[in-house]
Design a binder for this molecule. Structure first.
Ligand code: NAP
Ligand code: 8YV
Length: 312
């Protein structure tokens, strides 16, 4: 059987489906036969470290659990004819729900309200303070792709005025901004949902956050690298940025301590796609890609950079 290197965890269901087809070696569980590895299963966080990619001289395919693949060097893969796959679409609805719930939680201040109810403060001190309505807001989506569009759709009942910034204008009925700063000056909320990587590195910088302003809300469900985290902490501390609701961070699982004490911030531990149902669908697609590659040489969902390596 071909040898597969497992980087990070896989579910029991994934292992059960893979075991009849591959000899699985888990990275970290002792030595693995680097020269024999033809397939790698990994995730969006761990990717494929450069030394492992180099050591696996017979590598043919990398199957990623997650739609974001910024942790895999696709240039290095393409240079060696290694096809990389990811798990697009099956998580759109879940990640969109996360973004919408982050927006609702931030605007309606539900975490503080829940603490107010649970702690007995309601009986002791009276009603909780009023919050901000999430209805009728000017919402700027940074990255209107598969998930960005799902966020726009899911927000529809809240009657938003949708704006977006991407590199290329889309055929959609929303207001396009060719600069992120221009969008930040116009909207009340920015929801980040671009890929990570060099082209988006810290594009939400101090200038953008100041343009969003003291009443503005920054929501990040993309990658921590998209936002200048140090500048965000400073802007939240100084009041130049009003609120933040974050699922992703620069050095996960590390969250800057300063954010943990701020009442104008909502923090999640990168759980955008983290439900049993969606993770099962992602796991199935990871395995489908691996088994299809083994049986036919063709994969279901190559990353765009590798699409030309997939047989027609
Ligand atoms: P997608 O369909 O490829 O959409 C990406 C969008 O970002 C496109 O509209 C693209 O438009 C835009 N974009 C790319 N580079 C840009 C740049 N430099 N400046 C402005 N816009 C840019 O991807 P998706 O499936 O929606 O996923 C998006 C990302 O969400 C993933 O890559 C991942 O990082 C993140 N994600 C996070 C979670 C989580 O758990 N929090 C879960 C799933 C995904 P243009 O090409 O026209 O610029
Ligand atoms: C995953 C994600 O949890 O799909 C993505 O890009 O960020 C999440 O769905 C992550 O990739 C970890 O595997």
């Amino acid at each position: 059987m071909p040898d597969l290197l497992q980087i990070g965890g896989i579910t029991d269901a994934m292992r059960d489906r893979l075991t009849p087809h591959f000899t699985i070696h888990k990275l970290g569980d002792g030595d693995y036969p680097a020269d024999a590895i033809t397939h790698i299963a990994t995730n969006g966080h761990d990717g494929v470290p450069a030394d492992i990619m180099a050591a696996c001289t017979n590598l043919k395919m990398v199957s990623g659990y997650g739609v974001g693949y910024d942790a895999v060097d696709t240039d290095a893969a393409v240079a060696r004819n290694v096809i990389v796959t990811h798990t697009p679409d099956v998580l759109n609805a879940e990640v969109a729900s996360t973004a919408v719930m982050l927006m609702l939680t931030s605007f309606r201040n539900f975490l503080a309200d829940e603490a107010h109810a649970r702690s007995g403060a309601w009986e002791r001190d009276g009603n909780a303070p009023l919050s901000r309505s999430a209805d009728n807001r000017r919402v700027g989506i940074l990255g209107l792709g598969r998930i960005g569009q799902a966020i726009a759709d899911k927000l529809a009942p809240f009657n938003p005025d949708i704006h977006y910034h991407t590199r290329s204008q889309k055929d959609v009925p929303y207001t396009y901004h060719d600069t992120l700063k221009g969008m930040a000056e116009t909207v009340e909320v920015i929801i980040c949902i671009t890929p990570g990587g060099p082209s988006t590195n810290k594009i939400v910088n101090a200038e953008v956050m100041e343009a969003l302003g003291p009443d503005g809300t920054l929501i990040n469900v993309s990658r921590g690298s998209v936002v200048d985290e140090e500048a965000m902490v400073a802007a939240l501390q100084s009041g130049k940025l009003g609120y933040a609701a974050l699922d992703v961070f620069e050095a996960e699982p590390k969250i800057p301590d300063a954010l943990k004490t701020m009442s104008n911030v909502v923090l999640l531990p990168h759980v955008g796609s983290g439900t049993h149902e969606t993770r099962a669908a992602m796991g199935d697609l990871v395995v489908d890609n691996l088994i299809d590659h083994l049986k036919t040489g063709k994969v279901r969902t190559p990353v765009p950079e590798c699409a030309h390596l997939n047989p027609a």
